[in-house]
Write a protein that binds this ligand. Structure first.
Ligand SMILES: [Zn+2]
Ligand SMILES: [Zn+2]
Ligand SMILES: [Zn+2]
Length: 328
């Protein structure tokens, strides 16, 4: 596998003829119980009330990116290519096989969030990596990979396309207004209060004005902060509110559909600022970390007619009513 850059959109794709080994639909879970392989463990968070650990990260059993080597970016005529250097980890959210983020205690969700923050901090020390992504695919329609409650992490030598768009937009907005676009969105959403799902301490969950899919929901800190890992690793009390809000929001979404994608968007690695992108100068002021949850509603997904334009047949103002009133 290698990375190739689309010269028009400037986004990188990972491509090649991957030999997909038929994953042995094994009986035992590889992440809990006796069959768990301790050799693959990268980091552990201490257990809450008696368990050996609460959240842990392991090397992905079929890693797309590999930690060794240099990306060796090179030209191929007008094209750009590089090796798939990076990190690919599985974040085990809970030692219990049925310990999903929406049905465990807040303190357990908190441990998972702390693990995510620590992994991002650690990988950002490696100057080869420009971005650390954390995401969760839940449900068959979302491409869930493991039975056990897990999220995944990738550290890449490039910034993923959607984040790049956000970084550029945040920088441009700041250039003219000297304000963070996310802070301005939050201020308006709280004032209008027609798309806010729930506010909890310093965090808010709301349905974005222009959703890509029905019931799309974002969670943001209400005070400006560009990096999730700074929040997750230090500000002790506030992670508790975030954990509770994340758990409750997932509960609400699950009253509508089982399957969803979740992605954390935090600032890129500013250890080695990219001169060509120029996004680092005001990064701390113009970018604002957030979690995006994209529910998958099968029947609605089928009505996508033209994939490049998002078609979301439930307005956020309607979606928010159902999410707010959900019995959780
Ligand atoms: Zn398991
Ligand atoms: Zn902000
Ligand atoms: Zn985002």
């Amino acid at each position: 596998m290698e990375l190739r850059k689309d010269p028009i959109t400037r986004s990188w794709v990972i491509t090649g003829d991957d030999v997909m080994e038929a994953a042995p639909r094994s009986q035992a879970c590889q992440f809990c119980g006796a069959s768990a392989d301790p050799a693959q463990v990268i980091a552990n968070l201490p257990g809450v009330d008696g368990s050996a650990w609460s959240a842990r990260s392991v090397v992905h059993p079929h890693a797309l990116y590999h930690i060794e080597g240099e990306p060796a970016r090179r030209a191929d005529g007008l094209y750009d290519r590089m090796g798939s250097v990076g990190a690919h980890e599985v974040l085990i959210e809970n030692p219990r096989h049925d310990g999903d983020l929406w049905n465990v205690r807040d303190v357990e969700v908190e441990q998972f969030l702390r693990l995510a923050a620590l992994r991002i901090q650690d990988l950002k020390r490696d100057s080869r990596f420009k971005y650390i992504s954390i995401f969760k695919n839940h449900g068959e329609g979302a491409g869930q990979e493991f039975e056990h409650p897990t999220s995944q992490l990738t550290a890449t030598t490039f910034v993923p396309r959607r984040v790049l768009y956000e970084l550029r937009a945040g920088r441009d907005y700041f250039e003219t207004k000297e304000r963070c676009v996310f802070c301005d969105i939050l201020a308006q959403e709280e004032r209008q209060n027609v798309r806010v799902v729930e506010i909890r301490g310093d965090y808010v969950a709301f349905c974005p004005y222009a959703p890509r899919v029905p019931y799309e929901t974002w969670i943001l800190p209400r005070s400006h902060e560009s990096s999730f890992e700074r929040t997750g690793a230090s500000r002790v009390g506030s992670v508790t509110d975030l954990a509770a809000l994340l758990r409750r929001t997932l509960q609400r979404i699950r009253t509508v559909t089982e399957a969803f994608h979740l992605v954390l968007h935090t600032s890129p690695n500013s250890q080695h600022p990219s001169a060509t992108l120029g996004y680092w100068k005001t990064l701390d002021d113009d970018y604002h970390w957030h979690i995006e949850i994209l529910p998958i509603i099968e029947a609605k997904a089928r009505s996508y007619t033209f994939k490049e334009i998002y078609y979301s047949p439930v307005a956020s103002e309607t979606a928010v009513k159902r999410l707010r009133e959900a019995k959780i």
